[in-house]
Write a protein that binds this ligand. Structure first.
Ligand SMILES: [Ca+2]
Length: 276
């Protein structure tokens, strides 16, 4: 029986060990990068597809930052300096019925309705504007201490986003911050929260730069589910449509109306598992 010399044996072992270990290292790294199970991270909240029920025309020049539905009409806040507005729109035709133009140096942001008061954020001007829905007149402007992104009101609570993972609960009269909650999915922060909407006790939030809407428990900040807008994006091919940003809930007809920045369409969508 031939006997190996002591010299080469460690080299053979080394080669064997490298071959055995390297794939393990790369395999683990690939798992971590792709976020696949085995990467050690808890899975995120379930994703449901939005299905298009109807399409309506939408002003393709509207840089939508706030959207809500009340008594047959859409109320919309649009952004960009020199182009920012508050508007009242007939959803089925896209007709702009009334428009309030903002000063050129202000950038319109989130919009909420508390009673008959339309409350509009500005991005970096440090003010909130309050309008009367019926007269469409500006009733007053109030200081606001942070960047304005999204806004929603359920009659009692006024909730604002600021582009981070935080939602701020504001007093709907004084706009003082009462508390803030961090939004997480499986323990991980969800940042860039933008346009907001209360739907049946939960907050729906656009995430800036994505075609996904988070459904968030308002007390815990936990993401309970995601709505994927991929089917809508398909219909926007060949347009200059930017990120999804605009959610309005028609409670009477249980319509979820969705649009985005410079989108030529407003969509009535159904979500798998959501009765209507
Ligand atoms: Ca909204």
């Amino acid at each position: 029986m031939a006997r190996s010399r002591p010299g080469p044996l460690p080299a053979v072992l080394m080669a064997f060990l490298i071959m055995a270990v390297v794939p393990e290292v790369f395999g683990a790294a690939a798992g971590t990068l792709s976020g696949t199970p085995g990467g050690g991270e808890a899975p995120g909240a379930p994703v449901r597809e939005a299905r298009i029920v109807r399409e309506y025309p939408h002003d393709r020049n509207a840089y939508t930052q706030g959207l809500l539905f009340r008594a047959g009409f859409i109320y919309e806040s649009t952004g960009l300096h020199g182009r920012s507005t508050l508007r009242e729109v007939t959803p089925e035709s896209g007709t702009v019925r009334r428009v309030h133009r903002m000063p050129d140096d202000q950038f319109g942001e989130g919009l909420a309705l508390c009673g008959e008061r339309l409350i509009q954020l500005t991005w970096r001007s440090g003010v909130i504007h309050v309008y009367d829905r019926k007269s469409f007149r500006l009733r007053g402007s109030f200081p606001y201490p942070r960047e304005g992104w999204g806004l929603a009101c359920d009659g009692k609570r006024l909730i604002a986003s600021d582009g981070t993972d935080r939602l701020h609960v504001l007093d709907p009269r004084t706009f003082r911050t009462l508390r803030s909650v961090a939004v997480t999915d499986a323990g991980r922060p969800v940042s860039r929260l933008n346009e907001l909407e209360f739907v049946e006790g939960r907050i729906l939030a656009n995430v800036w730069g994505s075609d996904r809407i988070a459904r968030i428990h308002p007390d815990s900040g936990r993401v309970e589910g995601w709505i994927d807008l991929a089917a809508l994006r398909q219909r926007l091919r060949g347009t200059t449509a930017e990120t999804a940003n605009g959610i309005a809930w028609d409670a009477a007809r249980r319509r979820l109306l969705v649009t985005g920045k410079l989108w030529p369409l407003l969509f009535d969508v159904n979500i798998d598992g959501l009765d209507r």
